[in-house]
Design a protein around this ligand. Sequence first.
Ligand SMILES: [Zn+2]
Length: 284
Amino acid sequence: MRACPSCQRSRSPRALLDRALKGSEIESASAPGINALRTFDPPLSELAGEQITGVRRRGKHLIVEATGELALLIHLMSAGRLQLYDKRAGPRDRTSRLLVRLADGRELRLREFGSKQAAWVKLLRSSELEDDDAAGDARPGSLARPAGAGAAAGRARPLHTLLRDQHTIAGIGRSWVDEILWSARLSPFKRANDLDDDERDRLRHAIVQTLGDAIAHYEQVVTLPIPDKLPMPLRVHRHEGEACPRCATILKAVHFEDYVIAYCPACQTDGRVLKDRRLSRLLR
Ligand SMILES: [Zn+2]
């Protein structure tokens, strides 16, 4: 999302932080405000002298990785921001819930702009990172391990139905299904149990990427007070008749009684235009 028009690199807050912080040496780290730190071992002081190796996203979490096998796992919740400042805060700054001072004089601060102080931080060893189930959030990547007979039956359904079903996989709003399937280059009518390994990987990646980008987008555009309605950064859904952002083929749609599936015939259905149910009903 929001790639720079000239260099095509992502301008998400995560990507910007990643580029700005990579290689920076940490002078000190502390949690000066209301304590956001949910772990005590290793202590934040272990970050001193280490270098930041990158900033990545996993689901709703930001992960700031450092040398020394250390990683800060950060959940911004609804109103947290991870911000990079060129100047140091005064010694009495208490608005930062996490304060990482860099050797070059910059500061990375976790600040929270809501009335509730809910954002949190864990300092983990890299080896603990993959085990840490974070806050037990619904994890978008977990589609590959459904359990039980119900799930098996579910997998025979078309992808667009399966992904919208909150019992199968929680948290994907209907509008995002079109974006995910477009991103994965999969037909909305492909059955989940017909996916080969590569297609399953693409789908899993597209779910994580699309929802992660959406979260990053909202982090960037949301200001306080939070408006009732936020425009969604959709590229395919509701864009029937417009050019596919990837290949410029005109996007098509299938209309159902209470929803519409949009897709790119070139990217997703081998050039086939899917039957519009609304039309076929009229013709019957
Ligand atoms: Zn296309």
